[in-house]
Design a protein around this ligand. Sequence first.
Ligand code: AMP
Length: 458
Amino acid sequence: MKDWNEECAVFGIWGDPEAGKMTYLGLYAQQHRGQESAGISTLMESGKQIHHKGTGLVGEVFSADVLDTLVGKAAIGHVRYSTTGGNSLHNIQPLTAGLLNGPVAMAHNGNIVNSKPLRKELKRLGAIFQGTNDTECLLHLLARHPSNNLITCLKESVLRLDGAYSLVLLAKDMMVAMRDPRGMRPLVLGQRSLETGGFAWVVASETCAFDLIGAKYIREIEPGEIWWVDDQGEHSERFQAPTSPLAQCVFEYVYFSRPDSKVFGRSVYETRKRMGEILAEEDPIQADLVIPVPDSGTPAAIGYSQKSGVPFELGIIRNHYIGRTFIQPSQSIRSFGVKIKLNPQAEILKGKRVVVVDDSLVRGTTSQKIIRLVRQAGAKEVHFRIASPPTTGPCYYGVDTPEREELIANQKSLEGIRQFIDADTLSYLSIEGMMRAVGASKVGFCAACFDGQYPTPV
Ligand code: AMP
């Protein structure tokens, strides 16, 4: 049972007079990583922290009046989508606590896979949990640690965690960023020049947040690194050696990250395009048009078209004013979603042999509806191409995926899936092709959702 799943983004900034507002923008840029709740904590000169969080999109949670109250020179923020834990305020991050050496606020992307036994152990020791999320375990571990030095507490406490964590923490006198030794979720470091001279330090899940606030990308927070900044400047240590191989999430490239981000040191857009190119090489087909399922399939469809020479068209137009249907919790909205969201263009599709490219195929229900719409618009043949391998395993590390039984590739053969979605032909990118596209032999990536090789016991 997967009941700890979360999709999230984190952001943090240190040394900027507009820290609260920059965090708002940093979350706005990363809204695609979580749409159910958002929160910001800021740090005032006095060491006092101010918090605001709520359910909804970033633009709904923070009004101009609220932003005016989020003063201070440093801030962290979080956006979140979670399958459980409800939308209780206690589960909305940043999580906050009053520790012996002052207040802390913490924002976490990823899942701690051993959080259940850890919670039980901590409860036995008297810990009172406020929410149902895995992140709270770390706060309790910090609270119980005997050291007065927060960095020591953090370095030693995270050794009790297994799984994925890209963390940003704000204390009374420092901001800290940490990434698990497998490097499962992204976390990047940057600098934002200030009008008054000097610069602010910035951390984010994705570089698209830096682009919006005019920050420069410096580097990734390394797997197993603890980085922090205080009034003396920046500091960095390794709390654990990086695992070999790393387990960076390949699905960040396939679907999750924004194409204009650089993730694990590579452009997501270029990587997705490459996936499309390799897809075209692996299973060529005679066709008149290549069209993407927008927006997730667009870079791969461009790559497919450029490699195959089959012209690219926007045969399906997307309404951008609704969220991603897949991650709306209600089934009724989800089934309505495809038609609300996607409108095939009959003038382009009529009488044509069409290659339709999407990034991934999970349950198959969306793809089935899309193919039906494309046929109704007059396409003569529909060849469905998926720019990733068959999804066969749920993710336990921070991407929301359906249970194993709901993944169509576990239920049906390739031919069975083709029949179910009613495509003339269907093919997926091979695992080798995907690994080639991400610029690596398999070393260094977690592709458990495609190959079942989980980097932790599950
Ligand atoms: P389906 O045909 O129902 O399997 O839906 C496939 C669509 O779901 C693809 O267009 C993907 O872009 C999208 N998708 C895949 N994984 C996720 C995810 N974790 N969250 C939201 N959408 C996803």
